[in-house]
Design a protein around this ligand. Structure first.
Ligand code: ADP
Ligand code: ZN
Ligand code: ZN
Length: 728
């Protein structure tokens, strides 16, 4: 139907892909703009929606169209580029736009609250001023409060922080104070402390990017850990700030890098806000708002910060661009790294992707000329790269996980008052509980997985579904004594404590680092030199530098050599290089030892002799030969349900909906996931592969619309993952 009037196409916070048509509220049509929230009636309830688009037609007859109740926002919530990015992302990742938009705004806004933020403040009322003129007798606290307020107004929060809440109550009750709402103050700016003189490489990188900063360009900044990448980001940000623009900086995990935010705040003379998922709703809203209004022109955030509205964006930075945490792994499965490049190109600004271990995708983009690569091959103020060696586990049996040469090296470095870092990407005491009598292995009843032994609480836990049980006293089948086999960080900690009793040890993994502040405490004791041995999982590979660590020992590297996923070797190489790069600064030479039962493995050999870049060249060739990304484009249709038959049945029906004739697109499966049963559900998938992104996208749009119509699709859980980072 065509109407002469305006139709609002509204999306709601639901998994429904459809838009709902409404007439604008009476008299409100002229002011409607996509990106504003509206209040609408949906059946019997009221719902908050967002105007996705404005049209002059609807498929519904005018008689069935309702009026929206109210347009909530005077202005759209996003700047046009960010709003367009959200729409594009919903299309590309095939996720309902309503969910995408609502996930991108602060909680208070999802519920329809005002997008303006204000705070409650107090000032003297007329009668208060009058009463004070006659110098009344006041309590000490009341006197203090009157002085604090003076001729001004003071926020409610500042008053309670000063401990004057009771005085406030008393004076307000007498009518001497009155409240007012005022705009929330802008976040504070930093002192703008000067940075170091740049090295030659840093200057070259800054100059190259700065010369082209006012237009789109993608830069891959490959700089070893400690080479001063962050310094380069800050110089570029100063440049864009001088032009009155702002910068968006994405980092993998802010909880692990509070020093980074502090470093930016210290250096820049404008307000800097951070945005990440572990913030309280209120603080997050305040930061979002400060970014959206331009009050804080610099935003440092994790993945979801890519959708922060910023009115005058001048630069996008993605630090540690290889990090898998940039890809959301459930629900709306977007890649913030990829969207960062798109956002920059839409905004017509530069994007800098920095890493010591760039992803193979980004290296391929650089090789193809889509990105410009810049290198910082040397650490600032440090001589030489660490020596890297492999300990052959076939020659040197490992007692409880640590081989003799590794132990000897630890002893040597401790004696020379170096610090030692031991990396093992497996928490718990042992990954397996085994019966030597009958070969029983403690299984998770809900997953195709073994239970991990956690000795400290004498419990067995499943690292896949979280199931937990007390440790059995003996084998449930034959009564024999059970034995923990293999090792996790808890076991290595016990061994090191026993062998090196006078070397204080700090362990860093998710079992011991639970609250905010835990990680800082642990790392401070390493940085201040109290701890001599630092032991941990991949938490150690992110963000922190340990200047006095002279030895890095990598345990159980072999898991990554034979991982089922095609990215397993890339991840392993990145972890080894990242953890090795955390160590050593100043003039002490570093040493890295990798324990492996497969020392001749080409990946290890290549990594040791040619470094990360040599590895990457080789790995990219292997990917090309096998037809994996970046030489092809993938999508997964994943499903899980209570029975295998149902899950495979759904995937087969979905497969049958694909046209027989398919050009340049392969549909593989259904295949069970590598862990077929998890948390009691059977998991399987279809893999789609095409050499052309556009072909894959066209196919998905048509195909998924039909898959959604399948009756069986409502009986189980299924999802699409475009550009998956794990396919096993
Ligand atoms: P990256 O981000 O590459 O790991 P950083 O920018 O954090 O490296 O720099 C590592 C360390 O070197 C920091 O302590 C930083 O203050 C220092 N640094 C960076 N650039 C210089 C420089 N040009 N001169 C002296 N010190 C520098
Ligand atoms: Zn047994
Ligand atoms: Zn389990």
């Amino acid at each position: 139907m065509r109407t002469d009037s305006i139709i609002l196409q509204v999306v709601l916070d639901t998994p429904l892909r459809r838009r709902f048509d409404y007439f604008p509220p009476a008299g409100g049509g002229a002011h409607a703009i996509p990106g504003q929230r509206v209040l609408v009636r949906l059946g019997k309830r009221r719902a908050v929606g967002v105007i996705a688009a404005i049209s002059d037609r609807s498929d519904l007859p005018a008689a069935r169209l309702k009026r929206a109740l109210e347009i909530i926002d005077a202005e759209p919530l996003w700047d046009p580029v960010t709003f367009a990015l959200l729409g594009w992302a919903a299309d590309y990742y095939h996720h309902p736009l309503g969910e995408v938009l609502f996930a991108a705004i602060p909680v208070a806004l999802r519920e329809g609250g005002s997008a303006q933020r204000s705070e409650l403040a107090w000032r003297l009322s007329g009668s208060g001023i009058e009463a004070l003129a006659s110098t009344p007798r006041l309590g000490i606290r009341q006197q203090q409060l009157i002085e604090l307020i003076g001729d001004d107004s003071i926020s409610n929060e500042a008053i309670s922080r000063a401990g004057l809440g009771a005085a406030l109550k008393a004076l307000a009750a007498r009518g001497w104070l009155e409240s007012l709402e005022r705009p929330e103050p802008a976040p504070r700016a930093g002192p703008g402390r000067a940075g170091p003189v740049l090295t030659r490489d840093q200057s070259a990188a800054c100059d190259a990017i700065a010369a082209a900063i006012g237009r789109y360009g993608a830069w891959l900044l490959h700089g070893v850990t400690g080479s001063g990448k962050t310094e380069v980001y800050m110089r570029l940000i100063e440049r864009v700030l001088a032009e009155g623009r702002g910068a968006l900086v994405l980092v993998p995990e802010i909880a692990l890098t509070p020093q980074l935010v502090a470093r930016f705040q210290e250096r820049l003379t404008v307000p800097v806000v951070s945005l990440h998922s572990s913030m309280a709703d209120g603080a997050r809203f305040a930061a979002w708002r400060a970014a959206a209004t331009g009050a804080a022109p610099v935003v440092i955030g994790t993945r979801s910060a890519i959708f922060t509205p910023m009115p005058a964006l001048g630069l996008v930075v993605v630090d540690e661009e290889h990090d898998p945490s940039y890809k959301q792994q459930d629900g709306f499965r977007y890649s913030a790294r990829d969207l960062a490049v798109l956002r920059a190109s839409r905004a017509g600004v530069a994007v800098v992707l920095g890493s010591a271990t760039p992803s193979l995708e980004s290296l391929a983009n650089a090789a193809a000329g889509r990105y410009t690569k810049l290198s910082l091959p040397e650490r600032t103020g440090r001589a030489g790269k660490p020596r890297v060696g492999v300990i052959d586990l076939r020659l040197h049996a490992a007692r409880d996980g640590l081989s003799q040469p590794a132990l000897a090296a630890i002893e040597r470095h401790l004696a020379a008052s170096g610090q030692v870092l031991v990396f093992l990407n497996r928490r718990g005491y042992a990954p397996t509980l085994f019966c030597p009598g009958c070969a029983w292995i403690a299984p998770c009843t809900a997953c195709d997985a073994r239970l991990t032994v956690h000795l400290r609480h004498a419990r067995l836990t499943c690292h896949h579904c979280g199931a937990e049980q007390a440790m059995p006293y003996g084998c449930p089948r034959c009564g024999n004594e059970l034995r923990p086999v293999g090792e996790g960080t808890e076991r290595i900690e016990a061994l090191l404590a026993q062998l090196f009793p006078s070397a204080p040890l700090v362990r860093v993994d998710r079992d011991v680092i639970r609250r905010r502040g835990d990680i800082e405490r642990a790392l401070n004791s390493v940085v201040d030199g109290h701890a001599r041995i630092l032991l941990g999982t991949q938490m150690l590979t992110k963000g922190h530098d340990f200047p006095d660590v002279t030895l890095v020992v990598v345990l159980a590297a072999d898991q990554g050599l034979f991982g089922a996923d095609f990215r397993a070797s890339e991840r392993l190489a990145q972890q080894i290089v990242q953890v090795a790069g955390r160590a050593g600064r100043g003039d002490r030479p570093g040493e890295v030892l990798i324990q492996s039962a497969y020392p001749e493995h080409p990946l290890l050999q290549c990594l040791i002799s040619e470094g990360y870049e040599g590895f990457a060249i080789r790995a990219l060739e292997e990917r090309r030969a096998a037809g994996w990304p970046p030489w092809s484009h993938l999508a997964l249709l994943r499903a899980d349900g209570p029975t295998r038959d149902e899950v495979h049945g759904f995937l087969r029906e979905a497969q049958a909906l694909a046209p027989e004739e398919r050009q340049r697109l392969r549909l593989l499966g259904p295949a069970p996931a590598s862990m077929e049963r998890r948390a009691g559900r059977y998991r399987a998938q279809l893999l789609l592969e095409s050499p052309a992104r556009a072909t894959l996208q066209r196919f998905l749009s048509e195909w998924l619309a039909r898959v959604e119509e399948l009756r069986i699709s409502r009986r189980l859980r299924w999802s699409v993952d475009v550009d998956p980072i794990e396919v096993d």
